[in-house]
Design a protein around this ligand. Structure first.
Ligand SMILES: Nc1nc2c(c(=O)[nH]1)N[C@H]1C(S)=C(S)[C@@H](COP(=O)(O)OP(=O)(O)OC[C@H]3O[C@@H](n4cnc5c(N)ncnc54)[C@H](O)[C@@H]3O)O[C@H]1N2
Ligand code: MOO
Length: 400
């Protein structure tokens, strides 16, 4: 059997992903989006020389031990001192307030001795001290967040400080999910003989949601040609950008997903990958819609979504962040076969920092082994196995 190498499959998928499309969103709705146009500062920050302390502003040359300066005014945040500070003068100043003309230094109030309208200092002058110079944070025209970055809370705070009311982000795809299988029932049902709870869509939906405008779960299609065709027609009628099916991807008599997809005009790019779990993955297109036919086994469905759909969605959004981690093993790995192995692993925090604890279970139908899986170790084809402490590549399941 001809199995496509994982990297060739990813490359083939990426060739079908359209260029990112820009849309403008209000700042308050930009969290979790990928920036498509860089965030450029439109003003200098701070917009004036600002005090970093509550204290006094003066000319450093006027400060000598025991020498008294006359306090001639107040500068507070939002209401600066209108005049200028002259020789032997000081201005009472507060954190964030504009440093008045003439002053070149701020001394905090803990180092000041006040006597009526006069102030002297217990600390020596340090020219420019406790002043945040105009433009010190950022300057007009400076790129603050690059295109391709995720707008997480820190980036959103920067965008707000830069006075951006809107951001240019990538349009997100609309995703449709469909589970297939006669044996499947929804969680919560009374299990009849030979029935299995349909779990895949419940894991896939939150996995794909961060990249999507919406993820619509079309439920379960029976392994019957007419029923499956009807369901898939309904899925395509919604004009989704990405369709994800699970189950019926293999070679059994009831594995009819590929047949029906072809009948409905899907062009198949490939089927069956040199990996475990996830070998029977299929991928194709119908017009501009990308179609991923994931295997039904629950571990295979999650792993193939992480290995193939996530890179496609990241490319769709123009996301440029790192995709793999390199971490030490907390325990040895066994030798691999000729297929690339995406090994479930737990991220553990030992005295030497984070490490990957391989989960021994390799059955692709073994759902409970997913409970502590935070990472997938990428074990190369024919890898002889690695000792504890060896640095290996891994995919973070929770990362964007
Ligand atoms: N003769 C061969 N048999 C199989 C091969 C093969 O190459 N030759 N490949 C095996 C591999 S690898 C996998 S993976 C599975 C994939 O099969 P399908 O995609 O056709 O999946 P199903 O047969 O429909 O289901 C497999 C398994 O998963 C359960 N399932 C299905 N959907 C769900 C769901 N939504 N939630 C939870 N569990 C689900 C289903 O009940 C089965 O137990 O084929 C091997 N066979
Ligand atoms: O490769 Mo299948 O997806 O493991 O059992």
């Amino acid at each position: 059997m001809n199995l496509l190498p994982v990297d060739d499959a990813i490359a083939a998928i990426l060739r079908r992903v359209p260029e990112p499309v820009a849309e403008t969103v209000p700042l308050a709705e930009a969290a979790g989006r990928v920036l498509l146009a860089p965030l450029v500062a439109r003003h200098d920050q701070p917009p004036f020389n600002a005090s970093a302390m509550d204290g006094y502003a003066m000319r450093a040359v006027d400060v000598t031990a025991g020498h008294r300066l006359r306090v001639v005014g107040i500068s507070q945040a939002g209401a600066g001192f209108a005049g200028a500070v002259g020789a032997d003068e000081a201005v009472r100043i507060f954190t964030g307030a504009p440093v008045p003309d003439g002053a070149d230094t701020v001394i905090m109030q803990e180092e000041a001795v006040v006597d009526g309208d006069f102030v002297s200092f217990t600390a020596p002058p340090r020219l420019g001290h406790s002043i945040r110079p105009l433009g010190n944070d950022f300057a007009r025209g400076q790129t603050l967040v690059e295109a391709g970055m995720l707008i997480a809370p820190m980036q959103l705070a920067v965008a707000a400080a830069a006075n951006a009311a809107t951001l240019t982000v990538a349009r997100r795809p609309r995703i449709a999910l469909l589970a297939t299988g006669d044996e499947l029932v929804l969680p919560g049902a009374e299990l009849g003989p030979d029935q299995i709870v349909a779990s895949n869509s419940f894991g896939l939906r939150p996995l794909l949601a961060p990249y999507a405008a919406d993820v619509i779960d079309h439920g379960i299609a029976r392994d019957d040609r007419d029923a499956l065709r009807g369901k898939l027609e309904a899925v395509f009628a919604g004009a989704p950008d990405v369709v994800v099916t699970t189950g019926g991807a293999s070679v059994g008599d009831h594995d009819i997903v590929q047949d029906i997809l072809l009948e409905l005009g899907v062009t198949l790019d490939f089927w069956r990958i040199n990996m475990r779990p996830g070998k029977p993955l299929m991928f194709g297109t119908r017009g501009k819609t990308l179609i991923f036919g994931l295997p039904g086994n629950p571990v295979s469905a999650m792993v193939t979504a992480l290995v193939f759909i996530r890179p496609a969605l990241r490319a769709w959004l123009g996301y440029t962040g790192a995709t793999t981690w390199r971490l030490p093993l907390a325990a040895a790995t066994p030798p691999n076969t000729a297929r690339r192995h995406f090994m479930r692993a737990q991220l553990v925090h030992g005295t030497n920092g984070p490490a990957l604890l391989p989960i021994a279970q390799t059955d692709s139908g073994h759902t409970s082994s997913l409970a502590h899986a935070d990472m997938l170790i990428v074990q190369p084809e024919h890898d002889p196995g690695q000792k504890a402490g060896a640095i290996v590549e891994a995919l973070a399941i929770d990362a964007f």
